[in-house]
Design a protein around this ligand. Structure first.
Ligand code: PGA
Length: 256
């Protein structure tokens, strides 16, 4: 059975001291959560990542990086290699987040190379896709996410489905407090599911498709009730250990 995946993306937040305080509370309580059907990963900034790896060592919490280069080493100032991440116990890497695409100009071709590099070195890429508000308003949502998926995965031909995660994150919902409705999210998720089946066959059922964009303890239940939503990628609400604990500990009840 595919397990649900809950990922906290801290973005450029939390110093070492704040990281320590977060895990002090989070790890104390996580033992009370039934984790039999779910995985939990946290993506601190790079400075806290190595420190976090020692804090979560004997816990069920997995580590995620917020980006990675595709080479194992080399003259790439400002980049981190998948090998370096693997060395400190990182398992997941967010690639193509909308902030990377829109603020830092990362294009599908670069994102595809990052996905390939991360995959090749044994880590699990979390490929983010999503439309802007103006693209949604002119009815281009499905076209945009289809292009981002096809281009982002163009170098991944042989696929282990549990080693790929997709995150649908509508750009207009990120950090705005306006989440996609569960119906809007499910429409895109089921479209992505069919698309992944076209690319990889029936095994694509096992690929986790997460929703991201203003996920809170209040809206996570209704989002997670949708059949094709396999988890969530949480920004703002993952910075507070109590809030993230209430998100990761929900009882998931799927609509039939
Ligand atoms: P948000 O961010 O939950 O703060 O909207 C989500 C994300 O960017 O992954």
């Amino acid at each position: 059975m595919k397990k649900y995946l809950f990922v906290g993306n801290w973005k450029m937040n939390h110093t070492l001291e704040e990281t320590r305080k977060f895990f002090e509370v989070f790890l104390e309580k996580i033992g009370e959560v039934d984790l039999s059907d779910r995985l939990i990963a946290i993506a601190p900034p790079f400075t806290s990542l190595y420190y976090a790896s020692s804090l979560v060592k004997d816990s069920p919490i997995k580590l995620c990086a917020q980006n990675a280069h595709f080479a194992d080493r080399g003259a790439f100032t400002g980049e981190i290699s998948p090998l370096m991440l693997r060395e400190i116990g990182v398992e997941y890497v967010i690639i193509g987040h909308s902030e990377r695409r829109h603020i830092f100009g990362e294009k599908d071709s670069l994102i595809a190379k990052r996905v390939e590099g991360v995959y090749k070195f044994g880590l699990t890429p979390i490929l983010c896709v999503g439309e802007t508000l103006s693209e949604r308003e002119v009815g281009q949502t499905l076209e945009v996410v289809e292009r981002q998926i096809k281009r982002g995965l163009e170098h991944i031909s042989e696929l282990l489905p549990e080693r790929l995660v997709i995150a649908y994150e509508p750009v207009w919902a990120i950090g705005t407090g306006v989440n996609a409705t569960p119906e809007q999210a499910e429409e895109v998720h089921s479209y992505l599911r069919e698309l992944l089946k076209e690319l990889y066959g029936e095994r694509a059922r096992e690929i986790r498709i997460l929703y991201g964009g203003s996920v809170t303890p209040e809206n996570v239940n209704s989002l997670m009730s949708k059949p094709n939503i396999d988890g969530v990628l949480v920004g703002g609400a993952s910075l507070d250990p109590q809030k993230f604990l209430s998100i990761v500990s929900i009882r998931v009840v799927k609509e039939v």
